[in-house]
Design a protein around this ligand. Structure first.
Ligand code: 5GP
Ligand code: ZN
Length: 112
């Protein structure tokens, strides 16, 4: 399958790994939008949030909790933001479900 993030998971494309277990992979975003900006992705290829089924409920819960743990390990004690962009209007550019974690600066709301 021609998926950028699937290639990153298997190491075919290099990345700066932050965390990995059997189900998920976390790595630094190549174009950081904050001093801390990393992505957490399921190892299983899932296109986007709309493609989720009940089967992934526990996986997404684990990913979400791990995202917060990693943010704090990286110094985001004052807070952080977890973002999922879904499809065109959501600004999704890579079609493998991923969560952005941004921190170490005051983030604006609402986003543009
Ligand atoms: P999206 O726009 O789909 O929500 O987010 C995709 C993210 O993947 C972007 O923030 C982009 O900078 C990041 N990205 C795209 N290609 C690569 C890559 O080859 N390596 C890494 N580490 N990040 C990438
Ligand atoms: Zn993929």
């Amino acid at each position: 399958m021609d998926c950028l993030f699937c290639k990153i998971i298997v190491g075919e494309i290099p990345s700066e790994k932050i965390y990995e277990d059997d189900d998920m992979y976390a790595f630094k975003d190549i174009d950081p939008q904050a001093p801390v900006h990393f992505l957490v992705i399921p190892k299983k290829h899932i296109q986007d949030a709309d493609a989720l089924t009940e089967e992934e409920d526990a996986l997404i819960g684990r990913i979400f909790r791990k995202a917060g743990e990693l943010a704090k390990e990286l110094g985001c004690d004052k807070g952080y933001r977890i973002v999922n962009n879904c499809k065109e209007d959501g600004g999704q550019t890579v079609n493998h479900l991923h969560f952005h974690i941004l921190g170490q600066r005051s983030l604006q709301w609402p986003p543009g």
